[in-house]
Write a protein that binds this ligand. Structure first.
Ligand code: IDP
Ligand code: MG
Length: 195
């Protein structure tokens, strides 16, 4: 098996920045041995966030479905909360709330590099919905939100952090947030004893 060095895009979302959890978040990636190769604070425009998240039906339906799964578990009628049982319509609503959330304050954007970085980072971050995120993950340790509350209040689930899910997503997202000059090639001397 070849050693797979990957890069992933990570964002400390507006709730993470406003709660002063930037340092705590970055620390978790550094201490695991992952290397930060780009870093900046940005107040994103609506257009920038709109182009950051996918626009295809499959992604939008998946977004709608995440809330529906929670409603089912809690015995809540999705029609009562979302006004629809259609995954696509629900996903479109959630996507709009997500753009509002991501533009309400600055975010901290990073490119993080390492062996199997995409999977390693998602593990440190934890699953999307805080109730499902194990303690020890960033979302499990620092967020408590749920679609059951968020969707009633017509807002996104606040879960502190974004991380690319697939190599394709990572490639697109890194290009969307950083120019080539902003991404640095440097070596961590401790990697000599780690690998
Ligand atoms: P991810 O951030 O774990 O990759 P995605 O499915 O890509 O999860 O969703 C993007 C973001 O949309 C989530 O991080 C969360 O902030 C928000 N979100 C996901 N599902 C819901 C929902 O059912 N209601 C409100 N917001 C949601
Ligand atoms: Mg995602």
């Amino acid at each position: 098996m070849s050693i797979q060095i990957e890069r992933s895009l990570v964002l400390v979302k507006p709730d993470g920045v406003q709660r002063a959890l930037i340092g705590e978040t970055i620390k978790r990636f550094e201490q695991r041995g992952l290397k930060i190769v780009a870093l900046k604070m940005v107040k994103p425009s609506i257009d920038h966030i709109n182009d950051h998240y996918p626009k295809d039906d499959k992604w939008i339906e998946r977004l709608g479905e995440k809330g529906f799964t929670t409603f089912k578990e809690l015995g809540i009628d999705p029609k009562e909360v979302m006004g629809t049982t259609d995954k696509k319509k629900a996903g479109e609503m959630v996507r709009k709330w997500l753009v509002d959330y991501m533009t309400e304050a600055p975010v901290v954007a990073m490119v993080i590099e390492g062996i199997h970085a995409i999977e390693m980072i998602r593990k440190i971050v934890g699953p999307t919905l805080p109730a499902k995120a194990p303690i020890g993950t960033i979302r499990g340790d620092y967020s408590v939100d749920s679609p059951a509350a968020a969707n009633v209040q017509k807002r996104s689930v606040k879960n502190m952090i974004h991380a690319s899910e697939t190599p394709e997503e990572a490639e697109n997202e890194i290009k969307h947030w950083f120019s080539e000059e902003e991404i640095h090639d440097w070596a961590r001397p401790d990697h000599k004893v780690m690998f």
